[in-house]
Write a protein that binds this ligand. Structure first.
Ligand code: 13P
Ligand code: SF4
Length: 352
C-alpha cells in the first residue's frame, strides 16, 4: 500500500490515541486490516465493540449492518463511524422491513405465526433485527447458528430464518439433522412467498430467499475440480455456500472457525478454502512458511465488492477528519429500532 497514506493513517491514529477504536472484519483489505485494533468475524466484532466503553469513536472497517449492530451495542456517548457509507451488503438488502412484515401477515393468514420464532442472521439491517426482537426471536451469526436454532425450537415449532437461505438450510440439515423436505423457501417477490398454506403448515424451517453474492457463487464443480487438481486437498467452506457445496466439503465454519482450523492444520496439509478472497490470500501467505498449502476454492469468484469499498484512502480521510474534530459518516440507529434490535442481539449474546 501507498507508504504516504500508511504514514498518514498511523499519524492520525496516534493523534486520536484511546479516543478511537478500530474494528476490522476478516474480509477487509490488507491495507486496512493493518490498522485494526481487533479483527474478527461478525460475532466477535459485535462483542468487541461493546468491550471498549472508553472509546469516543468506533471506526468500523466492515459493512453497514455491522456498524449498525455496533451502534446498538455501544453506549449513546460512543459514535460508530463507517469509513464509506456505500459499504453495504447485498444479502442484507434482500430483506426489507416491509417485505418481512408482509411475510408475517402471510404466516398469520396461514394460521402458523403463533408457533414461528424468527432467527435472523447478523447480516441483516437493524430493522430486521428489531422485527426479530419484537416477535420473540434471536439473532445468530455463522459461528452460533446451531445454538440459535436449538434455542428457537425450544420456543416454538417453526423458525423463520432471515435473510440467508443457505446458512439456514445448512444449519438445519447438517447440525440439527433435519431433512431438505423440512425446509421451504419464502420468496418475497411472489404472492404468499410462492408457498401454499399447506406448505407453510408442514414446514419446520421457513427460509427467506436471500443469499451472499460472494459465497453463493462457489459451486459443486469447483469442489470436484480442486479435488482432481490437488490430490489429498481438504475443502473448507463457509456456511453461506450452497448446500451442495457444503455437503461436498470436508469442513464447514465461520471465518473464525476457518482461521482456527488452518492454525491447527499440520505442516504439509493442503487446503482449498471457500470464503472471501482477501481473507484466503492473507491465510495463504501466513501459513505458507509453515508448509501449509492454501488455495482459493474457485478462481472465478472475486472479492466482496462492498467490503472492499473500505480502502486506505477512506480510512485516512476518516481518521484525519476525526483527529481534526470533524465528525463524519456516523451510523445511528433510531431509539425504538435499537431497543427491539438489542433485545434480539442480547438473546444471541446469552445463548448457551
Ligand atoms: P462471518 O463474519 O460471521 O463469518 O460472516 C461472513 C460474512 O459474510 C460477513 O459479511
Ligand atoms: Fe454481504 Fe456476502 Fe459481502 Fe458478507 S461477503 S458483506 S454477506 S455480500
Amino acid at each position: 500500500s501507498d507508504p504516504g497514506l500508511v504514514a498518514r493513517a498511523r499519524a492520525a491514529k496516534e493523534r486520536l490515541g484511546d479516543r478511537v477504536f478500530v474494528l476490522g472484519h476478516h474480509y477487509q483489505r490488507d491495507e486496512v486490516i493493518q490498522f485494526a485494533d481487533v479483527t474478527g468475524d461478525s460475532f466477535k466484532l459485535a462483542r468487541d465493540a461493546a468491550a471498549r466503553p472508553g472509546a469516543e469513536y468506533i471506526v468500523f472497517c466492515g459493512v453497514h449492518f455491522m456498524a449498525e449492530s455496533a451502534d446498538i451495542l455501544t453506549s449513546d456517548a460512543q459514535k460508530v463511524v463507517l469509513p464509506d457509507l456505500a459499504a453495504g451488503c447485498s444479502m442484507a438488502d434482500m430483506a426489507s422491513a416491509e417485505q418481512v412484515e408482509e411475510c408475517w401477515d402471510v404466516l398469520t393468514d396461514a394460521g402458523v405465526a403463533d408457533g414461528v420464532v424468527p432467527v435472523s442472521y447478523m447480516n441483516s439491517s437493524a430493522d430486521i433485527k428489531a422485527f426479530t426482537g419484537r416477535h420473540g426471536g434471536t439473532i445468530c451469526t455463522s459461528s452460533n447458528a446451531e445454538r440459535a436454532l436449538d434455542w428457537a425450537f425450544g420456543q416454538g415449532d417453526k423458525v423463520l430464518f432471515l435473510p440467508d437461505q443457505h446458512l439456514g438450510r445448512n444449519t438445519a440439515i447438517r447440525d440439527l439433522g433435519m431433512s431438505p423436505e423440512d425446509c421451504v423457501v419464502y420468496d418475497p417477490h411472489r404472492p404468499n412467498g410462492g408457498l401454499t398454506t399447506q406448505q407453510l403448515r408442514d414446514a419446520r424451517m421457513i427460509l427467506w430467499r436471500g443469499h451472499c453474492s460472494v459465497h453463493g457463487r462457489f459451486s459443486l464443480e469447483s469442489v470436484n475440480e480442486v479435488r482432481a487438481r490437488i490430490p489429498g486437498v481438504r475443502v473448507l467452506v463457509h456456511p453461506e455456500c450452497k448446500h451442495e457445496v457444503v455437503a461436498a466439503a470436508d469442513e464447514v465454519g465461520s471465518t473464525e472457525y476457518i482461521i482456527k482450523a488452518l492454525e491447527a492444520a499440520p505442516a504439509g496439509s493442503k487446503w482449498a478454502v471457500g470464503t472471501e478472497l482477501n481473507l484466503v490470500r492473507r491465510l495463504a501467505d501466513r501459513f505458507a512458511p509453515e508448509g501449509k498449502e492454501i488455495v482459493f476454492l474457485d478462481r472465478t469468484v472475486c472479492f466482496c465488492s462492498t467490503m472492499n469499498r473500505i480502502d486506505l484512502p477512506h480510512l485516512v480521510w476518516t481518521l484525519e477528519s476525526l483527529a481534526d474534530g470533524n465528525e463524519l459518516n456516523q451510523i445511528r440507529v433510531d431509539a425504538d429500532t435499537a431497543h427491539h434490535a438489542q433485545v434480539a442481539l442480547e438473546r444471541m449474546l446469552a445463548l448457551p
